[in-house]
Design a protein around this ligand. Structure first.
Ligand code: S6P
Ligand code: ZN
Length: 188
């Protein structure tokens, strides 16, 4: 929408209380348990659960074409609370296909852990809480787990030519997992 003197309103809005986006051109994807075969360690616990259970959903805004060099994308992810066996609900996780591309995350609500992994498999976690900001360097796999009782929501911005390599996480996996031990989250 434009008015006088070339002053325009952006067609995209973020609700900072929820992180969620409205406006033109917002895309959305939903990941259910049934689509996440092989991701959680306890396969029999995974099989015993309703495959229609929503684990996370992502909204994203791509103001430029996917693959454009020099552009940026924006997204919001909500990871639902829950576990498969003792492992917390989490995103699939990925490396960027264009390996040196970095990314920023900022937490809106909830309580979580950002799992990071180098190409050599060195793995660590950063705590996520409302307001926490996380720099994910290039060549670093990233995945987010919800370790709380309410939805975890974070926003992200990444280069439009980053791309996503999901295969590598499926084949080599994150060497460490976030599980509930004695009532508290633990990276094992
Ligand atoms: C994109 C960024 C996020 C994730 C989202 C879902 O680079 O890291 O928007 O896409 O959190 O995770 P995943 O691993 O399923 O893409
Ligand atoms: Zn990413």
């Amino acid at each position: 929408m434009s008015n006088y003197c070339d002053i325009k309103h952006s067609p995209t809005f973020v609700d900072w209380s929820t992180g969620f986006l409205t406006g033109e051109g917002i895309e959305e994807s939903v990941k259910k348990l049934g689509e996440l075969q092989g991701l959680f360690q306890d396969d029999s616990a995974w099989r015993s659960m309703d495959p229609g259970t929503v684990v996370y959903r992502v909204q994203f805004w791509r103001p430029v074409k996917d693959g454009t060099a020099g552009g940026l994308f924006w997204g919001a992810t909500e990871v639902r609370p829950g576990r498969v066996g003792d492992e917390f609900f989490m995103t699939h996780g990925h490396f960027h296909l264009n390996p040196d591309r970095a990314e920023l995350y900022a937490t809106i609500r909830g309580s979580g852990m950002l799992l990071l992994m180098t190409e050599d498999g060195e793995t660590w976690a950063e705590t996520m809480w409302p307001g926490s900001v996380h720099y994910i360097p290039g060549r670093t796999g990233h995945r987010v787990a919800n370790v709380g009782a309410e939805p975890l929501v974070f926003v992200a911005s990444w280069p439009s030519d980053a791309g996503h390599d999901y295969e590598r996480v499926l084949t080599s996996g994150f060497p460490k997992r976030l599980v509930l031990r004695n009532g508290a989250p633990c990276l094992v």
